[in-house]
Design a protein around this ligand. Structure first.
Ligand code: ATP
Ligand code: MG
Length: 303
């Protein structure tokens, strides 16, 4: 619902309040749903990315998706995709980020996007709702979509933070994947150690979610259901880019569940895919061969 163009600009030495010449500039299509769709396609799933796009510069998004073999179905709006700028100072390496929130949606656009998502949900096995929502889109938007997608037999996953996560859980999606920070926000307390994290994940399961997966960055991930808790320690890899690791984990787990995997197999897929994405630069997210080589190395520990 809220994709971005991520623009990386490098200047030799940044001068605040002065004239800065760009030594290099690069635009990439960003957005968590875009990441999930690309990662799932790389893992072999038939995938469609559905949501909003903007006429002026939205081709960048469709190009990235089409190159990865992802179908698209967008509600095309007037104007431009929001641009998030990463300004890199060549001398110090310091990065300054300037993010925009995007244009405000009208109620009619919000409703139209919901119908678009539901059309795809009706012909899909699974739906992943992920990322921030643009201004004008209420916090319970994902909850509404999940409620309706479940009713047409879709396995729903939610990866969002704050109020969107809390409201979404009320709709009882099949899977949620907060990272530790997002889980602490939800629980309203800091969580120290696997025991406390598992307890907070169990609260999500008690609320009616089947699988609560908590990703803990370089520590690994914990997956909890009503009768099982499995911890997958992180794989020993050389991480070059961890952006999108969580998105890739969601893609891996949902792709696995759609092929009939149990909790352990799904966590194995998610962990290997996430680690593979950490080893890849840029927007490709993961190489299939790297993922396959890592899969057998995932260790699962009962908690
Ligand atoms: N440095 C790392 N080495 C190995 N595996 C990693 C590393 N960082 C992340 N991972 C794997 O990726 C998973 C997801 O990462 P993380 O918890 O950072 O997700 P996230 O915060 O949701 O990220 P994002 O939202 O940017 O996709 C982790 O559970 C872990 O398995
Ligand atoms: Mg995340």
């Amino acid at each position: 619902m809220n994709p971005s163009v991520d623009r990386a600009i490098t200047v030799p030495k940044f001068t605040f309040g002065g004239m800065n010449r760009v030594s290099s500039s690069r635009d990439d299509a960003g957005g968590k749903a875009v990441n999930v769709a690309v990662a799932a396609a790389r893992l072999g799933a038939k995938t469609r990315c559905v949501g909003l796009n903007w006429k002026e510069n939205g081709r960048l998004l469709t190009e990235r998706l089409e190159q990865a073999g992802v179908e698209t179905d967008f509600l095309w709006l007037d104007g431009a995709v929001r641009v998030n700028i990463k300004l890199v100072d060549g001398e110090s390496g310091l990065v300054t980020e300037i993010n925009s929130s995007g244009a405000k949606l009208t109620e009619a656009q919000v409703r139209e996007a919901e119908e678009l998502i539901l059309r795809s949900a009706r012909e899909s096995e699974a739906l992943v709702c992920t990322g921030s929502l643009p201004p004008g889109c209420p916090d319970d938007y994902y909850a509404r979509v999940i409620g309706r997608a479940k009713a047409v037999g879709c396995l729903c996953a939610l990866d969002a933070e704050g109020k969107k996560l809390a409201a979404g859980i009320d709709a009882k999606p099949f899977l949620v994947k907060p990272n530790q920070f997002e889980l602490e926000g939800l629980a309203g307390r800091s969580l120290n150690g696997l025991g406390e994290i598992a307890a907070a994940a169990r609260e999500i399961v008690s609320a009616g979610v089947e699988v609560a997966v908590v990703s803990m960055g370089a520590e690994g991930a914990l997956a909890v259901t009503a009768d099982e808790a499995l911890f997958a320690p992180r794989l020993e890899i050389r991480a070059v880019n961890t952006v999108g690791a969580g998105d890739t984990m969601v893609a891996g787990m949902m792709t696995a569940f759609c092929s009939g995997a149990d909790l352990g197999e799904a966590l194995r897929t998610g962990t290997a895919a996430a680690a593979a994405s950490c080893m890849t630069e840029g927007t490709q997210l993961l190489e299939r061969e790297t993922y396959e080589a890592l899969r057998g190395k995932v260790e699962l520990i009962k908690k």
